[in-house]
Write a protein that binds this ligand. Structure first.
Ligand SMILES: *Cc1c(COP(=O)(O)O)cnc(C)c1O
Length: 344
């Protein structure tokens, strides 16, 4: 099976599963697991932030970040196509008593400052209004096709947020895809935001885990919230160890995923009955459409699966294909052959 539904299907490398030294494990609620401490040090250093915290999932890391930044009754400004708004079960409202204010998302994943401006009450003393406490942005943007937020935009956004005294949280689930594609150090992106979440379990291919980075006070607060949410883990080194290997050895290879995504897009754009805008492919996510009337979206996806190609729909009639460490250039050729055969 050629698995292109998501980069979360990546399996850990052998090295990730080898040699967990039990002597390095400890109770992380006591702060005594050496692997976790090493991973958290490493993540903070990579993003040039004071501290970092390991989470079982990106969802919990985002929720914790929102709760750490935002008091009850305040509102968090989010993109209407963001993972935080769409795929995280409304956690900030349920657990934090926080309102989501969804903002229209541009095709390239940006939230326009003028749109955010409208979510900020002119008179903060007017007791009718819930007050904004945080701006969340997503980079790269999943539902906008893995698009990368430009650095100039981030600078503008951070200046704006500072002028409004609002912190910025970046949902950087695939942040290393962005830094690799832009050819910059991750800290060059992170310098514009107060906190950032990234996943170890996507393109980096670790089995479990996400990291939250930010300043010391923020992470101290986040640590308590994580415990409250049930995310305090004991010998968490068994997931931190693969995370360390992921950061050491799985980052630079993401460029291959981007090449494969481009290759897939170019191939798809040449198949009659398929529509794919290659110019929009910036990282490892490819969106395309079937415009052949013989197939409905669901039928096409089923047929592909029957032919050993797993892809999925992502709303608005789009199909998403995601490249990752389990996919090589030959798999892409084979995927294209399968789709050509279906469209014949
Ligand atoms: C996957 C993802 C998350 C959530 O991560 P989980 O570990 O699946 O909870 C958050 N944001 C974005 C953009 C993602 O792609």
């Amino acid at each position: 099976m050629i698995e292109l539904r998501s980069d979360t299907f990546t399996l850990p490398t052998k090295e990730m599963l080898e040699e967990v030294n039990p002597n390095y494990l400890g109770d992380d609620i006591y702060g005594e697991d050496s692997y976790v401490l090493e991973l958290e040090r490493k993540a903070a250093e990579i993003f040039d932030k004071e501290a970092s915290l390991l989470f079982p999932s990106g969802t919990m890391a985002n929720l914790t970040a929102i709760m750490a930044h935002s008091p009850r009754g305040s509102k968090v400004i989010v993109g209407n196509e963001s993972d935080i708004y769409i795929y995280e079960a409304g956690g900030a409202s349920v657990c934090g008593g926080i309102i989501y204010e969804p903002i229209n998302t541009q095709e390239d994943g940006r939230l326009l400052i003028q749109d955010i401006e409208r979510a900020i009450p002119l008179n903060k003393e007017d007791p009718q209004f819930s007050l904004p406490s945080l701006i969340c942005i997503e980079n790269p943007h999943n539902r906008m096709g893995g698009r990368i937020l430009p650095l100039t935009y981030l600078k503008e956004m951070s200046e704006y947020a500072r002028s409004k005294e609002l912190p910025i949280h970046m949902d950087g689930a695939r942040i290393f895809n962005a830094s690799q594609a832009l050819n910059v150090e991750p800290r060059v992106i992170a310098e514009h935001v107060d906190s950032l979440q990234f996943c170890l379990s996507k393109g980096l291919s670790a089995p479990i885990g996400s990291m939250l980075v930010g300043n010391k006070d923020f992470i101290l607060n986040a640590r308590r919230i994580r415990k409250m949410l049930g995310g305090g883990m004991r010998q968490a080194g068994i997931i931190a160890k693969p995370g360390i290997v992921a950061l050491n050895s799985m980052v630079s290879r993401l460029k291959k995923d981007h090449e494969n995504a481009k290759k897939l897009g170019v191939g798809l754009s040449k198949i009659p009955g398929i529509e794919c805008n290659v110019e929009k492919i910036e990282t490892n996510i490819v969106f395309f459409r079937v415009i052949d009337e013989r197939y409905s979206l669901i039928e096409f996806i089923k047929l592909a699966k029957y032919n050993n190609l797993n892809i999925d729909e992502l709303g608005y009639g789009r199909i998403r294909a995601v490249t990752h460490s389990g996919i090589d250039s030959e798999d892409i050729e084979q995927a294209l052959t399968i789709i050509k055969r279906i469209m014949n």
